[in-house]
Design a protein around this ligand. Structure first.
Ligand SMILES: *[C@@H]1O[C@H](CO)[C@@H](O)[C@H](O)[C@H]1NC(C)=O
Ligand SMILES: *[C@@H]1O[C@H](CO)[C@@H](O)[C@H](O)[C@H]1NC(C)=O
Ligand SMILES: *[C@@H]1O[C@H](CO)[C@@H](O)[C@H](O)[C@H]1NC(C)=O
Ligand SMILES: *[C@@H]1O[C@H](CO)[C@@H](O)[C@H](O)[C@H]1NC(C)=O
Ligand SMILES: *[C@@H]1O[C@H](CO)[C@@H](O)[C@H](O)[C@H]1NC(C)=O
Length: 805
């Protein structure tokens, strides 16, 4: 257990107190509004270190140990730093991944580099885009900057003692959860070159995606000659050699120790997944001996400003909201990683992106915003997904360390491709291959990877429960997560239908539209729960339903019928077939009450992915748009741009048994909703669930914009924008401008009326082609009354246009 309020540091080092709220000028440095620590604590797991540009492969930051708390991004607010490493994920859950290629500064000579050299911090870490600073209790100040494939370490040691840098190749982020998802170091090598630089490689495996061995190569240089450099080898903390200048290799822990007699010291390190020679080339291409930390910081700021931050400009918002906007934008684009030219798996002229962690999280609202803000990278990203299918056989649902894995529900790359296709993303994408990749998900059962958490079928890629889906049109309990998989397979098949339709594949179009309705086969109209009848429930091969309380999800995890949520939530997840859901549930009033109940029963969790779209489904009922706004404002309040806040209990190493109790599950979700979005409290009490909150930042973004994407469709549901004026640059001189007058974000936020492109608008939705394809304008009048303004045509429900449902 931690003491309550164990997070004591404040990080808002880079903010001026009087912030300009008018950010229209092109030369504005938007990075001043970014708090790199947003969401880094309390289960947010965001990486606060240096990500020099959107999608940069190198992510240089501290690795912290604190009892048996998992440090997903390397960083924890409290605890000892045990290295500064070149690779991290951001905002992911499951288990820590990467944290390799590290340096640890130590004052004086080091008699045993395998011993615990970790250090507490004398002050809270500081950071800005392109810059990170840690002051260790030993008196060493570490300042970091980076580029796409290299990092710069600037050390200031106390004078009077030798300055030592330990490079431990066995350094990799551990996991203490006991779920079998911890990373392992397997082998490595390390050598000195005649010109004084060092190079080598480390090989690691496992992590949440159950990856086999992968290797990262490195090339390190110092700005001066060490007075001593030695390699070492050993097991545990027992050295087997420590004095050689010869290369070391093998499965023992190994690395190098460099001692200097200067107190100021700079180190540059390049990394590559291809070879150590490539790591050296990456280093020399990106950071030369004369390159300064300041110049790298300026470059990073310029990259983030031009590629991402300047794409959304706002006027009139509060400082807090402005910070939240730009801090969230940083969080959105740290992963995936652009590893084009760094793919050890195959040679190809296609781009290559890794660190998809995961589409289960991101397909709901992240990828739609990724497309809008970074269309060039988005097209590359889609091409890379298809190229992964070409060479690995399947597109990923998740992927890291160049390995697909793992799949929680459906094959959600299908939804991502469909979303891109219907919005006209073409460029150099080979859509015939794209369709084949989707069809592989829909027709080919992936080989079983024998995942101990779900041993009955593959969790690596594709759709493990496909045999039942094809045979019965539903998923029997012989497959884990049967119900949540089924509703996702329906949306996946809807995605296949969308692309088939676009490509003119008439037979496939009809086939997959029909299959997209299969979620209905899990609907048991006879099941009741707190005044409502009809829920998605598990079903046997003989067609009978399994009886299960819709408020209970069993364990809500890998081995249960519902993954990370219950029947109440999953029964509202067929977002391509909303009118059928409505009809099954009852009339409009019943549908509204069904959504309301999620709050009344306290089972709505804004931070949990299966709930993401639910609060906006009121827009499918005439006159209920104000309810969406009310809910979305409630969710918006859960966010802020800070990293610390409310105290919370933390009990690392939670027992699986705990979460079998539904109340604890609820409590966990409430905690998590607050902690993930707010950066408040600690998330480890029920850390049994993986938390992958980086995409909740996108939820915040959509809230601020005042729209919500229906993934796989061109529809955007209308919420209520936060800023008096917000403009999104769409490239080629096009933009979407959104204004609000009359009300305000916090107390008078109901939509009174709306004009779209100058015309009065009476629909609770717009299409991609209304406001994004060629740009557009949305002018809202806000106020404090709940006005029934959206009396026009209801949003499309593309799978509901049949009669037999
Ligand atoms: C530290 O190491 C250097 C280089 O090997 C050596 O010259 C020096 O005497 C050592 N200092 C101590 C205090 O052992
Ligand atoms: C270094 O290790 C990698 C694998 O980790 C191996 O492929 C390579 O041959 C090794 N090189 C040397 C010089 O030992
Ligand atoms: C330390 O560095 C100075 C030059 O800055 C050099 O003259 C001196 O010999 C060095 N000391 C050792 C022990 O190498
Ligand atoms: C060492 O670095 C610090 C901080 O960057 C700087 O203030 C100081 O002047 C430097 N000292 C030397 C001898 O270069
Ligand atoms: C991705 O990386 C490649 C290789 O470094 C580069 O050519 C390409 O422009 C990058 N894509 C983006 C969107 O930055």
């Amino acid at each position: 257990m931690f003491p309550r309020g164990s997070s004591t540091s404040l990080h808002l080092v880079c903010f001026t107190t009087t912030m300009q709220t008018v950010l229209a000028a092109a030369e504005v440095d938007f990075t001043q509004y970014v708090n790199v620590f947003m969401g880094s604590t309390g289960g947010g797991n965001r990486f606060p270190g240096v990500t020099a540009s959107p999608f940069a492969m190198a992510k240089l930051g501290p690795d912290v140990q604190s009892g048996s708390t998992d440090a997903y991004s390397g960083y924890l607010a409290s605890g000892n730093v045990w290295g500064f490493s070149m690779t991290h994920e951001s905002g992911t859950g499951g288990a820590p991944k990467y944290g390799v290629v590290s340096q640890m500064p130590t004052v004086g000579n080091v008699s045993n580099p395998l011993a615990d050299l970790s250090q507490g911090r004398a002050a809270a870490d500081e950071g800005q885009i392109g810059y990170y600073k840690t002051v260790l209790n030993s008196g060493v100040t570490v300042e970091l900057s980076a580029t796409d494939h290299a990092g710069l370490y600037q050390y200031t040691f106390p004078s009077g003692s030798p300055s030592t840098i330990v490079v431990d190749v066995s350094h990799v982020l551990p996991s203490f959860r006991g779920l079998g998802w911890e990373q392992h170091y397997t082998t490595g090598n390390f050598s000195f070159s005649s010109d004084g630089h060092y190079e080598g490689s480390g090989t690691y495996n496992n992590g949440w995606n159950l990856s086999p061995d992968w290797t990262l190569y490195f090339c390190g240089k110092f700005d001066q000659k060490p007075i001593s450099s030695k390699t070492f080898k050993g097991t545990g903390t027992t050295l087997s050699s420590y004095d050689k200048t010869a290369a070391v290799s093998g499965t023992e822990r190994l690395g190098g120790v460099f001692t200097f007699n200067k107190s100021n010291l700079t180190s540059r390190v390049g990394i590559s997944f291809i070879s150590s020679a490539k790591a050296c080339r990456n280093l020399e291409n990106e950071i030369q001996s004369k390159t300064t930390l300041d110049s790298l910081m300026a470059k990073a700021k310029s990259a983030w400003n031009s590629q991402i931050l300047s794409k959304i400009q706002v006027e009139g918002g509060s400082d807090e909201d402005t910070q939240l906007l730009y801090s969230s934008l940083l969080g959105m684009f740290m992963i995936p990683s652009n590893k084009t030219g760094e793919n050890p798996g195959w040679t190809s002229s296609e781009p290559y992106y890794d660190d998809i962690f995961t589409f289960w999280d991101t397909h709901r609202c992240h990828t739609a915003l990724f497309h809008i803000l970074e269309p060039v990278a988005y097209e590359e990203f889609i091409r890379s997904l298809i190229d992964i299918w070409r060479h690995d056989g399947f597109m990923p649902d998740a992927r890291s360390s160049n390995f697909n894995g793992r799949v929680q529900g459906g094959s959600n790359a299908d939804n991502v491709l469909a979303d891109a296709y219907v919005k006209g993303v073409r460029g150099a994408i080979n859509w015939d291959d794209g369709f084949s990749a989707m069809q592989t998900d829909a027709e080919k059962t992936p080989p079983n990877n024998h995942d101990p958490k779900s041993p009955e079928a593959s969790t690596k890629e594709g759709r493990g429960a496909l045999p039942d889906w094809l045979k019965y049109g539903y998923i029997t309990s012989s497959f884990k997560r049967a119900v949540s998989r089924a509703v996702e397979y329906s949306t996946n098949d809807f995605g296949v239908y969308q692309v088939a339709k676009g490509l003119g594949r008439v037979d496939d179009e009809a086939k997959y539209l029909k299959r997209s309705r299969n979620w209905r086969n899990h609907w048991n109209p006879a099941v009741s729960s707190t005044g409502h009848s009809g829920f998605m429930v598990p079903r046997r091969a003989d067609g009978t339903f399994v009886s299960q309380d819709p408020l209970s999800c069993g364990g809500c995890y890998w081995g249960d019928a519902y993954y990370e949520d219950n029947a109440w939530v999953y029964s509202l997840n067929a977002i391509h077939d909303v009118y059928t859901m409505k009809r099954y549930i009852g009339d409009d009033a019943k549908f509204v009450d069904r959504i309301d109940k999620l709050w009344e029963l306290n089972i709505f969790n804004a931070g949990n992915e299966p709930s993401f779209t639910t609060p906006y489904l009121y827009n499918f009922v005439q006159g209920a748009q104000w309810r969406t706004v009310e809910r979305s404002r409630g969710i918006g309040k859960l966010y802020n741009s800070g990293s610390t806040g409310l105290p919370g209990n933390s009990d690392a190493g939670a027992m699986e048994a705990n979460i079998l109790l539904y109340q604890l599950y609820q409590l966990y979700h409430l905690c998590r909703a607050v902690s993930r979005l707010d950066g408040h409290g600690a998330d480890t009490t029920f850390s049994y669930f993986q938390t992958q909150p980086w995409d909740t930042a996108n939820l915040a973004q959509w809230q601020m914009i005042g729209l919500y994407p229906m993934t796989g469709q061109t529809t955007f549901l209308i919420l209520s924008p936060w800023f008096p004026s917000l403009s999104i640059s769409l490239g080629n001189g096009k933009s979407l401008k959104i204004t609000t007058t009359g009300g305000n974000k916090d107390t008078a936020f109901y939509v009174q009326s709306l004009k779209v492109n100058g015309e009065p608008w009476d629909k609770a939705w717009v299409s991609w082609y209304d406001v994004f394809a060629n740009g557009g304008r949305m002018d809202f009048v806000l106020g404090s009354s709940r006005v029934d303004w959206a009396t026009g045509e209801l949003p499309p429900s593309p799978a509901s246009g049949d009669t037999d449902g």
